[in-house]
Design a protein around this ligand. Structure first.
Ligand code: SF4
Length: 507
């Protein structure tokens, strides 16, 4: 019989969340390194190089891999013989661990959780509560898996009740292109098959907690129907040509994980959840002997990849930017931005466009005329940092505001991540604007390009406030041109089917 102490649960959860905020797991790093070696698409290879360089910088600097430090998901297995030395219940202990991790003064993590989600959407300020799943099992141990799931990838979760005669692989192949690139590929797919509606979704999430091992599976050959399914989906999804950040390329998924459960004879529930370039999870066990011992990974695991700007990248001054300069940009051009950017995301756009649509003035000092906006919600800085990790957020959430921002606010261009919808592309074309992407999952690397930061408006929105950043050589790619050409359409079309010619490489 083990006696589990409250302090050990709290400390272990906090330690694990800090750890995964800056360390990718070894299996993920190895798989991303293989993807880099194999990639033939220059734009995708550049994006993977940024992700790997960012990962190493974060491991060295103990700062978050991504500005979205995630919603905390916890899977707990409680041995039925466990005894407790605790005054709080288990969920309260876990949430205290979350609170301490996210408010850590050395490495504060971004508080992204909002209460009253349908209405007020009030930030809880400490990233609590976690989403906790508890299972009673035989034994006297406490097993905990913690994950910090990015909003961009969680938003692409899909579920459907198929007919029993339908093909799960075909369903997944139809859904993945609909996900776009907002889930920051390359990453993983977790697939849950069977049970009931809620069970299938839970299985999909649990599947993402498993280590990446598709290369080993390909090398030894599948032994079960589920393993055959994993390989089939892996090959077919990569053959779609979506590639890193949706720019077109060979690696869209690093692995496909599948879990199943018996279901009703009339049903075939299926769920798929992607995990992103910031895949973060850790498993530990408490046996009553103290807090979990979480060893740092060996930095030699990181491949020797250091991102540097493409020799063909164009240097662009934001301060003298004109529509004539924007008109020279081609889809896929790599740019290095220098000068002053304004920032803003969902909440700021809602306020700005609400004021403009009513004919009211913007707050004093906030003027978008001739400016470029960066869709970002940064992590708070520490020490000498100007700003914490500050990667892009998914741009198509701002699509509904684009006409007002370009037409009434006078904005010149936008920087975000992933594809724009057809209506937003049409607005961009009509206003002779452009949309640029930074790499999702390379937030610390991007933050290194930010030389100064000040709040311009809506300070009460916290990380969603409007800031002015001064940047130097911030790397971006032209995703939508002033003619409405989209890299997210052209790139995958070019690379479709090409993965089929490549072997699945083991180490
Ligand atoms: S890598 Fe992309 S999806 Fe993942 S947490 Fe970061 S921004 Fe969100």
């Amino acid at each position: 019989m083990s006696v589990i102490r409250e302090a050990d649960v709290i400390d272990s959860v906090a330690d694990a969340l800090q750890y995964i905020s800056y360390y990718h797991s070894p299996d993920f790093i190895r798989a991303m390194g293989r993807a880099y070696e194999q990639e033939r698409s220059p734009a995708a290879r550049d994006a993977i190089a940024q992700i790997l360089s960012n990962s190493r910088l974060c491991a060295l600097g103990h700062r978050p891999i991504c500005q979205d430090t995630g919603i905390v998901c916890v899977f707990v297995k409680v041995g039925m013989d466990v005894r407790w030395d605790a005054s709080r219940d288990l969920e309260a202990m876990i949430n205290e661990g979350v609170r301490r991790a996210y408010l850590d003064a050395q490495n504060p993590l971004r508080a992204s959780i909002v209460a009253d989600p349908a209405f007020a959407r009030t930030n809880t300020r400490d990233n609590t509560p976690a989403v906790i799943h508890t299972q009673l099992v035989a034994g006297d141990r406490l097993e905990i898996t913690v994950a910090a799931k990015g909003g961009g990838s969680e938003n692409k979760a899909m579920f459907e009740m198929l007919n029993p005669s339908d093909s799960v692989a075909d369903w997944v192949l139809q859904r993945v292109p609909e996900m776009g690139a907002g889930w920051c590929p390359p990453g993983m797919l977790g697939i849950g098959i069977g049970g009931t509606a809620e069970k299938a979704v839970l299985l999909a999430k649990q599947a993402l907690m498993e280590p990446i091992d598709i290369a080993d599976l390909a090398a030894r050959g599948p032994r079960t129907k589920l393993e055959e399914l994993r390989l089939e989906i892996y090959r077919r999804v990569n053959s779609l040509g979506i590639g890193a950040q949706g720019l077109g390329g060979l690696s869209t998924v690093l692995d496909v994980k599948v879990l199943d459960y018996p279901t009703h004879a009339a049903s075939l529930p299926v769920a798929v959840i992607p995990n992103c370039a910031a895949t973060r999870h850790l498993h530990f066990t408490l046996d009553g002997s103290g807090r979990a011992r979480i060893e740092p990974p060996d930095l030699a695991l990181w491949p020797d990849v250091t991102w540097s700007a493409d020799a063909n990248a164009k240097r662009v001054s934001l301060d003298g930017l004109t529509p004539a300069i924007i008109a020279t940009w081609k889809a896929g051009d790599r740019l290095l931005l220098s000068g002053k950017l304004l920032t803003g995301r969902d909440a700021a756009h809602k306020r700005i466009c609400g004021l403009l649509d009513k004919g009211e003035p913007l707050p004093e000092g906030l003027d978008f005329k001739g400016r470029v906006i960066y869709y970002v919600g940064p992590v708070d800085p520490v020490g000498n940092e100007v700003v914490g990790p500050a990667g892009p957020t998914t741009a198509n959430r701002m699509d509904r505001f684009t006409e007002t921002m370009l037409g009434k606010a006078g904005l010149l261009a936008m920087v975000g991540k992933a594809e724009r919808g057809p209506e937003a592309i049409d607005v961009i074309r009509r206003h002779r604007s452009a949309y640029l992407i930074a790499v999702g999952g390379a937030a610390y690397l991007v933050a290194n390009a930010i030389r100064s930061s000040r709040i311009v408006a809506f300070a009460d929105l916290g990380m969603e406030a409007v800031y002015e950043f001064e940047v130097r050589d911030m790397p971006v790619t032209v995703a939508v041109t002033s003619d409405g050409e989209s890299m997210h359409a052209q790139g995958p079309a070019l690379w479709r089917g090409q993965f089929a010619g490549f072997p699945i490489v083991a180490e």
